[in-house]
Every structure is written in structure tokens, then in C-alpha cells.
Design a binder for this molecule. Sequence first.
Ligand code: TGC
Ligand code: FAD
Length: 404
Amino acid sequence: MEMDFDKIKAENNQTDDFSHADFYDVDALLTEEHKLIRSSVRDWVKREISPIIDACCQEAVFPKHIVPQLGEIGCFGPQIPAEYGGGGLDYISYGLAMQELERGDSGIRSTASVQGSLVMHPINVFGSEEQKKKYLPKLASGKMLGSFGLTEPNHGSDPGSMETNFKEDGDHVILNGAKMWISNAPFCDVAVVWAKNESGKVQGLIVERGMEGFSTPTTHKKWSLRASATGELVFDNVRVPKENILPGVVGLKGPLTCLNSARYGISWGAIGAAMDCFHTAVKYAKERHQFGKPIGGFQLQQKKLSEMYTEITKAQLLAWRLGTLMNEGKATPSQISMAKRNNVEIALNIARESRQILGGMGISGDYPIMRHMANLESVITYEGTHDIHLLILGMEITGENAFV
Ligand code: TGC
Ligand code: FAD
């Protein structure tokens, strides 16, 4: 479905007056550059996303015109070296950019997470010099959109059992299989696909749109992340040149390394969604009167708001500290699991509580809360489910593997 975004913007009479919660002065831990990045992404979200996002979600339309804009504002691979078109910035900058995008909508943050952490990151870390030069600048600028294929119809939490595979054929390989629930798939120009070689070892391949036998059907009927395009990646004897194989990694640690970066971004992104719900709920609680006074004057509403404020503050501190560990190259996968798991859970709880504060209005598209709530049901599932991250932590604590 085509939408007239200029018309939707012109007809939108709501003002986005978002400002972020910062009870413990986390801003004092940020540099001027961090704050500049945050405010430039926030301004863009207010201008380009807030006026159209409800319409996009209501109609389940991915606003693909924003892809080059996301490149322009530096949201594709802020942490990728500048020589390949990335921002050359630190992980706190990356986190703040994801926070602001997800404040707008989790689906918009998803587009950027996949591009930066799951497509550009593996090419940067595991790709050849030729692959980096060929793909990274175009991905950074949004001239190309990428997707990341790990999950399969029969293997989600357990990607090591994947069935997608490739066989040697001269200077090509022949790729067969299917990936499911893939963000950006329907519009992607390239896909970083994880498949097993003839020895059963996982390797990454860059598959380009137009290769014969490669198709990307759209996934319909989603009640969550409706402004993000989700689809399948189907490979029917696709001949992929060997030069498209990522030479720098063999094994499941390849895709899982990429997930570290994306999960970290989500730990910040979820705070953005939580802040937006909190901001909306506080404003509403002050303005809405029942029984002759603002509902914010009732203890039950104050309890909800006080607990939200506390959880946002704790989540901010967790994400900030994790960001400094990422910058030092010291963050462990289980530390990342804790932040992703905690921050998405608190965001979802805050969305649910905020929705109640708005009463019936909480389910309306005139407010962002129900949209965030529905989106966060995907965020708590993708990049490792809530329970998988708990088991990763359980193994860290006990040394015992409870997955199998
Ligand atoms: P296991 O035997 O534990 O590990 C296999 C190899 O990988 C290494 N490894 C990691 N390396 C780097 N980072 C990590 N986080 C790593 N976790 C494990 C490990 O050391 C080992 O290396 P080696 O050298 O010994 O071979 O693997 P397992 O098969 O037992 O599985 C472990 C488990 C369950 C934790 C893992 O597979 C997992 O995380 N499952 C969840 C799957 C998942 O997160 N899928 C996400 C798909 S992508 C997505 O959802 C994108 S949504 C994006 C958006 O729209 O924003
Ligand atoms: P399953 O693995 O079948 O899990 C079902 C339930 O069983 C879960 O509650 C899980 O926690 C639980 N479970 C599984 N194993 C265990 C265990 N050992 N112990 C206890 N409980 C267990 N994937 C990509 O590769 N690329 C993408 O771009 C991408 N984008 C996505 C976008 C959306 C909107 C969604 C919803 C998903 C996306 N995914 C993507 C897939 C996502 O990563 C998977 O859905 C997720 O990893 C879970 O896999 P599954 O859905 O197959 O669930």
C-alpha cells in the first residue's frame, strides 16, 4: 500500500513535546558529542517519525523513504569505522541513537539495528577488504538496505540446528533453505545469511537481491512491529559467488557475535520506548480529572509513576555502564543478556502500566502507548527470548547448561 506521507504530516495536528526522564543526572556522564547525537536523532524523530508513525502502524506500512534519511543522520552503523562510511563513534553514542529511534517506534529502531549491528557489523568484522569497500559505504548511507538471516521455521532459539546449507560448485556455492521472521527482508538489497557448509559448520554469505532462486516473501498479519517490514528469505538453489562468503569466521560464534552488538542496542532502545510511555502517562495523569481532582493526585497512580521512574533510572544506569564496558572491549555476552532482558521487561511493564493510567484512551492511536506495548512483545522475543537470556545468566552463575 502506498501512503502520501506529506499529506499525513500536513494533516497531523499533534505536537511531539517529548523530553527524557533523567532523575539521577545520567546526562552528567555523557559528553557534549553524545548529547549532540541524541538531540539530532530526537529532532529527526519528532519531524519525520512522530507525525506518520501511527498511520504506518495502523496500515502496516514500512515507511521506506526514511532509509536514506537514517543514513544521513548517521543511524546506520554509528559504531562502524568512518573509513567505510560509518560514524566512527563509541558505543554510548550508538546506544543513545537507538534510544531515540525506539522512542519513536521499535520498528524504526529495528531497521537501524539490523542494518548497523547485523549487516554492517559482520561485514566489518568478518568481511574481506573488497567486501567492506563494496557494501559498507552503501549500507551506511542507506543506498542499500540489508537483512540478517539466522532464524528458520524449525529453529529459532536453537540456531545451531539450522538446516539452510550450501554446497561447492566451482567458484560458486549452491545455497538452499529458508529463513523466517526476518526484519527488512521484503525490501532488502542484500542479506547476510548464516548457513552450514558441507562439513556442517556455520558460515556467513552475502546474498544479493536478483540472484536467481532468491525470494523474500512478506510476513502478514502481525500485531506487533507493524511499521517494520518482516519477511522470509527463501533460497532455491541460489548460486552465490565464493567471493561473497565472509572469510573471517566459521562457527555459530559468527552470528552470535553480531547479536552482542544488536542486543546491546536494544538495551538502550527499550529505555526510549519506556521513556515515551512514562512521559505520556505523567502528562495525562496531571491533566485528566476524576472525582474532582487530577488522577495523578491519587496514591495508586503515584505508585505506578514512582515505580516506572525508578525502573527507568535503573535501566539507564545499567545501559550506560554496559556502554562503557563495550567501549573498553570488556563487555561479556552474559552482561549484555542481563541488560537486554531487564530493560525490555521494564519497558513492557511500563507500557502496560501507562496504558492503564490512560484508561480507555490508552488503547487509542492518538497516544503512543498501545503501539509501544505491542512492539515490545516482539522485542522481548527477538534477539534471544526473555527466557533464553535468563538461561544464559543461569549458566554464567552456576556453570551448568540448562538449554539442553
Ligand atoms: P554454544 O555452544 O553456547 O555456542 C556456540 C559457539 O558460539 C559462542 N558463543 C558466542 N560468541 C559470541 N557471542 C555470544 N553471545 C556467544 N554465545 C555463544 C560459543 O562460545 C561457542 O563458540 P565455540 O568457539 O566454542 O564454537 O551454542 P548453543 O547452540 O548451545 O546455543 C546457545 C544459545 C542458546 C545461547 C544461543 O544459540 C542463542 O543465543 N539463542 C538465541 C537465538 C537468537 O538470539 N536469535 C536471534 C536471531 S536475529 C534477530 O532476532 C534479529 S531481530 C532484529 C531486529 O529487528 O531488531
Ligand atoms: P522458539 O525458539 O520456538 O521458542 C518458543 C518458546 O520456547 C520461547 O518462549 C522460548 O523462550 C522457549 N524455549 C526455547 N528453548 C528453550 C529452552 N532450552 N529452555 C526453555 N525454554 C525454551 N530472526 C533473524 O534471524 N533475523 C531477524 O531479522 C529477525 N527479526 C525478527 C522480527 C520479528 C518481528 C520477530 C517476532 C522475530 C524476529 N526474528 C529474527 C526471530 C527471533 O529471533 C526469534 O523469533 C526468536 O529467536 C525465538 O525463536 P522462535 O520464534 O523460533 O521461538
